[in-house]
Design a protein around this ligand. Structure first.
Ligand code: ATP
Ligand code: MG
Length: 396
């Protein structure tokens, strides 16, 4: 096996470190994903060289966490994270080590890692280093803490949520001792910042089996200690899969009967995410009352329409079910998808009315949009001009 998952540049980084007399190997998620036959994302290298020694060796580096031993090496324009072998000292706040100590042995570095599958290393020639049975656990699709699970979660509570996130991303189960330790330490999840929880939740929503993760969240009682989580999972489970993470957040909102503001506040969603949730909320209220109107098809994005449609069927608020294809084709068959599709602009209106622009132009563009949408005139210049001049004169 050769480490083909790694890029040429990252192998070059290892080669240069070795040439200078240091040890260097691939570690972390990229190795795990490679063993699972998945494309690697970010590539991490661990080395016995100290940060200063790494910086001295490569002409282009960026300090991204020298105190923690991480240097970003730029080689042929590619950024590669190189981290000095380290152990972590005591943890007094259940989230960050009080200090990190650089060490010389890879074994010590791997010991501080969270799960056996994440504690694999690979040489640049593709030789796997598996000190804690990671491969065996992966073959059984198990997430198992390295060392004593209870201690590891007591050190850093985020690991509990990482375990849950991986159940969705990898469709793995949590090994028994690890599971029991999460249950015993669930309350400590409150020490973790919502930003970090949100990042894990985003990955969970995008994973292949979010239902599995939701179940683990409930069974481990992590659900009782999260900033916000639906009390029962039935409806949420029926909403999977999620096309994007923000769809997951929207479904969590609907299933928990939360407001968009409450979810946004609890998990510090971005403004764009918050506004997506709010729109999904509006659409589902409208769809609960009647089928979507032409105006709804126009105003709501397809993703919003599809989510709201699915939701009202799950909660039994509509007898008439429309398929995804039907919703899609109804939206696509609108004469225009947005105002940009109108063949006329405010300038045309000004010329036709022989008036200067003003607030009226925007208002009439809106009226023309509605007329075109509702089939009162076609989206071509002559048709619109005729309709506009008629209506404009009438209203004057
Ligand atoms: P992803 O594929 O989502 O990037 P990952 O396992 O690579 O998953 P990273 O956050 O990139 O996650 O971390 C890289 C590696 O660092 C992990 O594989 C693991 O070995 C170690 N690690 C990350 N977070 C922790 C933690 N909280 N406790 C112990 N080890 C950790
Ligand atoms: Mg990673």
């Amino acid at each position: 096996m050769t480490a083909h998952f790694a890029t040429e540049s990252s192998r070059e980084v290892i080669r240069l470190l070795e040439q200078a007399g240091y040890e260097a190997v691939f570690v972390g998620g990229a190795v795990r994903d490679y063993v699972l036959g998945k494309p690697a994302t970010d590539i991490d290298i661990a080395t016995s060289a100290k940060p200063e020694e790494v910086k001295a060796l490569f002409p282009m580096t960026v300090d991204i966490g020298t105190a923690h031993g991480t240097v970003l090496v730029l080689i042929d324009g590619e950024p590669i994270e190189v981290t000095t072998y380290r152990t972590e000292g005591t943890y007094s706040d259940h989230r960050r080590p009080d200090e990190v100590q650089f060490v010389t042995s890879l074994r010590e570095d791997l010991l501080r890692r969270d799960f056996t599958m994440n504690a694999l290393a690979m040489t640049k020639d593709g030789e796997l280093i598996d000190l804690f049975g990671g491969q065996k656990d992966m073959a059984r699709q198990l997430i198992r803490a390295v060392g004593h699970a209870a201690d590891r979660f007591n050190e850093d509570a985020l690991r509990m949520f990482r375990a849950v996130r991986f159940t969705s991303v990898l469709d793995f189960a949590i090994e028994e001792e690890t599971f029991e330790a999460i249950r015993a330490h669930a309350a400590q999840i409150q020490y973790i910042s919502v930003e970090r929880l949100k990042a894990e939740m985003d990955k969970l929503f995008k994973g292949v089996n979010p239902v599995k993760a939701f179940q683990f969240i409930e069974q481990t009682t992590l659900s009782n200690h999260l900033p916000l989580f639906p009390r029962s999972l039935g409806k949420l489970n029926k909403m999977v899969p999620f096309r994007t993470a923000v769809e997951g957040w929207a479904c969590l909102m609907l299933a928990g009967d939360f407001t968009s503001g409450a979810v946004a506040k609890a998990y510090k969603l971005s403004n764009a995410e918050k506004s997506f949730l709010s729109t999904v909320h509006q659409a589902s209220v409208r769809r609960s009352n009647s089928l979507f109107t032409i105006d709804d098809y126009y105003h709501f994005d397809l993703a919003v329409l599809l989510l709201a449609e699915k939701w009202v069927h799950i909660i039994g608020h509509s007898s008439q079910a429309l398929s995804e294809d039907e919703i899609t084709s109804r939206k696509q068959s609108l004469p225009i998808q947005s105002v940009a599709d109108l063949v006329v602009t405010g300038k045309d209106l000004m010329a036709w009315a022989e008036l200067r622009g003003g607030r009226w132009t925007g208002e009439w563009i809106e009226k023309i949009t509605m007329a075109v949408l509702h089939g009162k005139c076609e989206n071509n210049s002559n048709n619109i001009k005729e309709w506009f001049l008629n209506e404009f004169k009438r209203e004057k």
